[in-house]
Design a protein around this ligand. Structure first.
Ligand SMILES: [Zn+2]
Length: 305
């Protein structure tokens, strides 16, 4: 699998070629799940080329993308999440830090809520891609959240820290490997690895869902009869992957497994009417999945007064 595009996107964003360098980030958005509050922290966005999708021609991707009235280019938002339950403040991912001028807002968003890094008690990583963990490190490569216990899937840690991986990778992918390894090193003292479903705290459950990466994990938040699924990277481009859940992309380590996981997850949340949040869904990134023909569609959640 080629990761050339990953590097190209990072590089073009770094050079400020594809997007303005001073995005207007939105304020955090809080949703309640029974007694638990879940706040979406927008970290920024990436603009993707049509060549991102591997099992379709760029023309096909463009045609489907243009069915949406949203203006081009094809945009993937980037979001982190803060779950507050009792005394616990649990951060889900930390955004892309300085990997692109169009991302890196998660820490500002947290600060705007009056939450300091020292107050974060736990961190869950959905996976170790740079856009999810680079923002958890400071410019010296050290952890920003020293008091947090970090939960990362064991398969994710093993994959990125495989001794032979760097030598086998092309230059662009080496950047991502390097960041995942830096993160693993910097947070080793505070990391708890898991390999099966488990609770972080009662009401916050880890659901391993391999495909996008070997240790990709979703988080199910439950309180009373309410449920909300933070589904990580199940969808990167909403305009494409709701109507065509089988279309997968360059970032997927196992595209076929990722597509099967996406379809199964969408089926489940559509059937059970479980609210979802996604790392790359359009901010505020909360809504429902509805079956639509052979695919699905996304219905943004209404404001709950
Ligand atoms: Zn991602």
């Amino acid at each position: 699998m080629s990761f050339d595009l990953v590097g190209q996107i990072a590089t073009s964003n770094l050079c400020g070629m594809s997007s303005e360098a001073n995005p207007r980030f939105p304020a955090p958005h809080t949703q309640f799940v029974g007694d638990i509050s879940v706040t979406v922290l927008n970290d920024g966005y990436f603009d993707f080329p049509f060549e991102l999708f591997l099992n379709n021609s760029p023309e096909e991707v463009r045609a489907l993308s243009e069915k949406s009235p949203q203006k081009l280019p094809m945009r993937g938002f980037l979001n982190s999440f803060l779950i507050e339950v009792g005394q616990e403040k649990i951060l889900v991912d930390g955004g892309g830090g300085s990997i692109s001028p169009t991302v890196g807002n998660s820490r500002n968003a947290l600060a705007s809520l009056g939450v300091t890094p020292q107050e974060i008690t736990k961190i869950v990583t959905t996976h170790l891609h740079a856009d999810h963990v680079a923002g958890l490190l400071d410019s010296a490569g050290e952890t920003v959240y020293p008091h947090a216990e970090v939960f990362t899937h064991a398969a994710e840690v093993a994959f990125w820290n495989d001794k032979g991986l760097m030598a086998r990778a092309d230059k662009e992918f080496q950047f991502y490997i390097g960041l995942a390894q830096s993160f693993s090193r910097a947070t080793a003292f505070q990391t708890t690895q898991f390999s099966a479903e488990q609770d972080v705290v009662p009401g916050v459950r880890l659901l391993p869902t391999p495909g996008h990466t070997p240790g990709h994990t979703m988080i199910l938040v439950s309180s009373g009869r309410d449920q909300l699924l933070i589904w990580g990277d199940i969808v990167h481009v909403a305009a494409i992957q709701f109507p065509q859940p089988d279309w997968h992309l360059d970032f997927d380590m196992d595209g076929e497994l990722g597509a099967a996981t996406r379809r199964r997850t969408m089926d489940r949340v559509a059937q059970d009417r479980i609210a979802i949040m996604g790392c790359h869904l359009p901010f505020p990134a909360v809504g429902y999945v509805v079956r639509d023909g052979s695919g699905f569609r996304f219905e943004p959640a209404f404001w709950e007064f």
